[in-house]
Design a protein around this ligand. Structure first.
Ligand SMILES: Nc1ncnc2c1ncn2[C@@H]1O[C@H](COP(=O)(O)OP(=O)(O)O)[C@@H](O)[C@H]1O
Ligand SMILES: [Mg+2]
Length: 601
């Protein structure tokens, strides 16, 4: 049975010029209506077996020539506008010349390497001049989309939804390629990013040993009951023994992360602070290694080695330098660093005591043992057993000033652990980075905190493939996300994108031949996406299937009008005030609160 049998009514036009993937068709004016941007066309190829080149309409040019004018110019339609401008009012038109530009996206073939009716993204032969192009619609569209689905439906197919063009045709992503070379999921607020994530997680959790970490910045995904939930401990959680709480003891920070945490670069003595701090930390870590009798570690030791150490010892050492008096030639004098570290000490002390940083500095004692890192590593990366494939880390209580360092820290730890795992034992792991603009911003050299996160993620973007670490970067503000990271992504899922600056970013990321896809970005439906990259066969509109689980991500958006129509909540502002002071939303006896009395006598 033939792949396509066109009856003549689908005829669109003849090929008049070919330039690599771009093909111009000559189209009669009554046919021009059929040439809608985004439509698929098939061009018969000269081949022994049935073979069709498939293309997408990306430009339609209609032009007219005044009497006596030449129809000269190339067939590329570039001069169309110029010629239209030259037409004077009152001219009577002799001739219309209509061109349609299409972009070749692949080939369907009746036979290819033992398989029947296959679609491939390669262009096996270029179209002949005067070859006929037909629009693919109706039955032809059905059978073509059937071939697409069948071709993509292999062992590693990730079922993502259906094609907008044909609701019966399932759309699959190549699950290997999608995660191997990183992906970006972009779309304005409310366009369906979180639901798309949930759909992907649902598909992944059905694989017995999938391994995914989702960074959840607002606790949006806390409902998903097939996932293992970890929450970076908030002010309320300190002292709790709960395996779902994630503590990241300060000694996991590397030298640069510590600096971002404690050193104020604008201070005159910043350089000396860094030096003194690093020396003190190195000494404290070495001391610990000696106590543990870890000689081989001691030999290979660097300041970045994640070894528990006593922060008190570090503070003592720096205080000592800060108040040191030395013997000079004319008696006792102030030491070299006298008074230089006073601010540093204040900063360190206040961070240590701040409950919001409790997950770093007030971790349970058991997490400061030499072997504690093993448990932290397992809690981040364990994937065997029920509900362990998808791990959702809730960062909602991490203070926003430190968020990039902390997200970056988790990503770095996982990447390094993966790096140091024997290749045979390595299980590929993917990070889903929701709200990436918050911690992977465009390069901003003035902020050392953001720089830390960026460097950790840039390393993963560049080297992750080798060690089986994939990124899925998710954002509503692609224009604010690091270009280095985005440019490393080989697959793009773009949902509706209304902002022109953001559209421009996507346009830059698309191959030239597909730039016209940008035009549909603002008009996509909720949950509808354009997917481009090596993981998809057909760069076209796909309606993403909503997640099946009842418990979808909660968007956390309050419905103003509904809330304003609902009964009074008897909000106690005094309680909020007290919570703010004690850094906790836990219940409190109302009697403790002093209810403001009316002052009028
Ligand atoms: N694929 C989809 N199919 C149907 N409805 C969807 C789909 N994706 C999103 N929605 C609807 O849009 C709302 C917002 O989606 P969400 O994923 O939270 O957006 P975003 O994360 O981009 O802000 C959802 O609550 C849901 O009602
Ligand atoms: Mg969201």
């Amino acid at each position: 049975m033939a792949i396509f049998e066109f009856k003549g009514s689908e005829f669109l036009g003849d090929v008049v010029s070919v330039d690599t993937r771009r093909v111009w068709l000559n189209v009669e004016s009554e046919k021009l209506r059929e040439a809608r941007v985004g439509r698929l066309v098939a061009i018969k190829a000269q081949s022994a077996v049935e073979e069709w080149l498939i293309a997408i309409v990306d430009k339609v040019v209609k032009r007219a020539f005044a009497r006596g004018e030449s129809t000269g110019g190339d067939a590329t339609g570039n001069d169309a506008e110029q010629e239209l401008n030259s037409i004077q009012e009152g001219d009577s038109y002799l001739k219309e010349d209509n061109k349609v530009r299409v972009t070749l996206i692949g080939t369907v073939r009746a036979k290819l390497d033992d398989r029947d009716d296959v679609f491939t993204r390669s262009i096996l032969t270029l179209p002949e001049i005067e070859a006929q192009a037909n629009t693919i619609e109706g039955k032809a569209l059905e059978s073509f989309m059937g071939i697409i689905s069948k071709t993509a439906q292999g062992e590693h197919a990730l079922d993502i939804g259906h094609f907008t063009m044909d609701p019966n045709a399932r759309a699959y992503l190549d699950g290997n390629r999608f995660f191997q070379r990183h992906a970006a999921l972009l779309g304005s607020t409310g366009s369906g990013k979180s639901w798309t994530v949930a759909t992907m997680l649902e598909r992944a959790k059905d694989l017995p040993t999938s391994n995914i970490i989702l960074f959840d910045l607002h606790g949006e995904y806390s409902n998903l009951d097939y996932a293992r939930h970890l929450k970076v401990a908030g002010p309320d959680d300190l002292n709790k023994e709960d395996p779902s709480l994630l503590f990241l003891p300060y000694w996991l920070l590397n030298a640069e992360e510590m600096q971002a945490m404690f050193i104020d670069r604008t201070e005159f003595s910043a350089h000396n602070q860094v030096m003194a701090f690093q020396d003190a930390v190195t000494a404290a870590k070495k001391e610990q290694l000696r106590l543990e009798n870890k000689l081989d570690v001691l030999n290979a030791f660097t300041i970045d080695s994640p070894v528990p150490f006593s922060l008190d010892a570090v503070i003592d050492r720096i205080s000592e330098l800060n108040t040191e008096m030395t013997q000079g030639s004319r008696g006792i004098k102030q030491g070299n660093f006298y008074g230089q570290f006073s601010r540093l000490l204040v900063r360190v002390q206040s961070k240590i005591k701040d409950k919001r940083y409790g997950f770093l500095f007030q971790a349970p004692q058991s997490l400061h043992s030499y072997n504690a890192f093993n448990n932290i590593a397992a809690s981040l990366m364990r994937y065997r057993g029920e509900n362990n494939q998808v791990k959702i880390i809730d960062f909602s209580e991490v203070p926003s000033d430190m968020l990039p360092v902390i997200v970056g820290l988790v990503a770095r730890l996982v990447f390094q652990l993966q790096f140091w795992t024997a290749p045979k034992e390595r299980q590929p792991i993917a990070f889903f980075c929701d709200e990436a603009h918050l911690y992977l911003p465009k390069k901003n050299d003035s902020n050392p905190i953001e720089k830390r996160a960026l460097e950790n993620f840039e390393r993963i973007a560049k080297e992750g493939r080798k060690y089986g670490v994939g990124l899925v970067v998710i954002s509503q503000r692609p224009a604010d996300v690091s270009e280095t990271i985005l440019s490393q992504c080989n697959n793009f899922i773009s949902l509706r994108l209304t902002n022109a600056t953001d559209q421009a970013v996507v346009k830059k990321l698309l191959p030239d031949s597909l730039e016209s896809l940008v035009e549909v970005l603002p008009i996509l439906d909720i949950g509808e996406a354009v997917i481009v990259g090596d993981a998809v066969l057909l760069p076209t509109r796909i309606k993403i299937a909503p997640p099946q689980e009842q418990n979808c991500p909660k968007s956390g958006t309050l419905n103003f009008w509904n809330e304003w129509s609902a009964p009074d909540k008897s909000t106690t502002f005094a309680l909020a005030v007290e919570n703010m002071r004690r850094q906790s939303r836990r219940a409190i006896r109302r009697a403790v609160l002093v209810v403001p009395e009316k002052n009028d006598k």
